[in-house]
Design a protein around this ligand. Sequence first.
Ligand code: NAD
Ligand code: 89Y
Length: 339
Amino acid sequence: MKGALIGCGFFARNQLHGWADVTGAEIVAICDRDETRLAEAGEAFGIDRRYADAAEMFAAGGFDFVDIATTVPSHRPLVEMAAAAGVHVICQKPFALNMDDARAMIAAVEATGKTLMVHENFRWQSAVRAAIEALRGGAIGTPFFGRVSFRSGYDVFSGQPYLAEGERFIIEDLGIHILDIARALFGDVDRISATTRRINPNIRGEDVATMLLSHGGGVTSVVDCSYATRRMPETFPETLLEIDGTQGSLRLDAGYRLTIQRDGQEEVRDVSPPVLPWAERPWHNIQESVALIQQHFVDCLAAGRTPETSGADNLRTFALVEAAYLSAAEGRSVALSEL
Ligand code: NAD
Ligand code: 89Y
């Protein structure tokens, strides 16, 4: 399959490296309205078809899918252009600016019969995946409690300055991944309540969020996120887990250590992600998951399957983000049915 990528910024580099490793797909065209970034990406990855205007790239065609790696304001227009061009779509998180846009984007691609996947990669991190598979395989019986936790003091603003500027920060940018991991582990959510704080005075949005989720299947989970946590070791960008089940417990601790206890026995596994040749610590965890989700997309298209984080699936993660902000703003718990 041939693909085109739009947005050659901070994160797209990982996606371009990931595509170079994926079996069954190659990137044949790239687009960025910033000519310098476009030229740098084209030179680094040997891609000659370069466009400053996405409409021109779609008009020229010659690719089966588009990978949208821009920030959220451009997602809806670009997904709609891709739908009009009749190609499959991958779109970065956060998927949309609001629920109406997200629904319109899903409908636009659905009408073409093509596939839409949101690049929601954290559930593809190999350590998180090991926990998901153990849980789904019944390793601790039926789960009834979970904590999904991301706490760090890492400076994400130097690489992504726009994160300091938005009215919303951690839930929309990072919490979205952690909420998605909670969904992957425990299923869909009926109700959520959230509190938020801003600790860093140099940013506009919230950098701490604590959320309590009631999952339809009976699990209660706590999803807590912070970019204001000063502690050692610094665990960026690890998601830590504590899960209780009817037969045992599972923990994913700092340093990618997975512990499963059951019937008085303990199994401890090192589930550290590999450092791919193009990756660098501490991002290697995220970088591997980029390659994995992109391979998943290609494999799903080849097999006629729906990707795990299809647009329709990711709408339910995005709804959690909207519901968390509503809960924090109004000081009440929010039923997902309200959205
Ligand atoms: P960035 O600002 O560094 O890069 C975005 C690029 O898109 C810029 O070069 C910009 O010129 C270009 N662009 C924007 N609108 C365009 C348009 N209409 N046509 C052509 N080019 C356009 O942003 P980034 O940090 O690379 O983030 C991009 C997206 O990736 C964001 O949505 C962010 O949340 C997401 N992200 C995801 C992960 C992850 O693990 N999944 C990690 C970091 C960032
Ligand atoms: O943008 C964010 C993401 O998706 O993963 C980590 C990040 O780069 C900073 O929070």
